[in-house]
Design a protein. Structure first.
Length: 239
């Protein structure tokens, strides 16, 4: 009986310390760049084909999501699914090497950008992830996407929106969904996946929104060959 009591006590302590807590979850929605269907400044045809994830600017290209996270030592690929739906060309699941966190990323066909945004907003609305991210063209500049207003009492959830001027265009949607923006943008910009990679490392360590913004600014400055001060102006002040 004494041994049982000791074991039970250790189990209670372990549970109290969060030993059995569920891993944090991140879902990333990537709308592939598409010269044909999106209101973007045209990019070279090879990287602007929204039906070709492997070469696309925002996925398979050297600074796209698949390439950036594939080279990362922090994120380990656990599963890859080709063409899981007609709209999604690639879905990949990763686990963080040091933090208890699972990340799922999807490459959506460029012409399905609005369905991608709808899925992103639904993910936020239903609190399916601790953090939801979007990478791609600001489809709200082309045409609106409706969202359902969330009722009171839902648990908190975070959002990262990496596209041009996302702070202004996405603010009403995030407010309606009661989602906390942790990284949005104020200017026309290039949403390379290196921004998400560096921002997530700060978020995973429970860093502040100013710290997340500055991590993105340093990454953007290095990529664009500009000062960190100028790069910081690309991202919204969410203090």
């Amino acid at each position: 009986m004494k041994l049982w009591s000791i074991s039970l006590g250790l189990l209670v302590i372990a549970c109290g310390d969060g030993a059995f807590a569920a891993p944090r979850r991140i879902h990333v929605f990537v709308a592939l760049a598409d010269n044909a269907s999106q209101g973007i400044a045209p990019v070279p045809a090879k990287i602007g084909n929204g039906d070709d994830a492997e070469e696309n600017l925002y996925w398979g290209n050297s600074e796209g999501f698949k390439a950036i996270f594939g080279r990362s030592k922090s994120w380990k690929l656990e599963k890859a699914e080709a063409n899981p739906t007609p709209e999604i060309l690639d879905r990949r699941s990763y686990r963080h090497a040091a933090q208890d966190c699972i990340l799922v990323a999807e490459a959506w066909r460029g012409k399905n950008i609005h369905q991608c945004l709808e899925a992103c907003f639904a993910n936020l609305r239903d609190r399916r992830s601790d953090l939801t991210a979007f990478i791609g063209h600001n489809g709200l500049m082309d045409s609106p996407v409706a969202v359902s207003v969330l009722g009171p009492g839902s648990r908190s959830t975070d959002a990262i929106i990496l596209c041009c001027v996302s702070g202004r265009f996405f603010k009403p949607h995030l407010e309606a969904l009661q989602a906390r923006p942790v990284l949005t943008t104020e200017q026309l910009m290039y949403p390379g996946a290196f921004l998400l990679r560096d921002a997530l490392e700060v978020w995973l360590h429970n860093g502040s929104r100013p710290d997340i913004r500055m991590a993105a600014a340093r990454a953007y400055a290095a990529n664009q060959k500009m000062s960190v001060k100028a790069a910081a102006g690309v991202f919204s002040k969410l203090e």
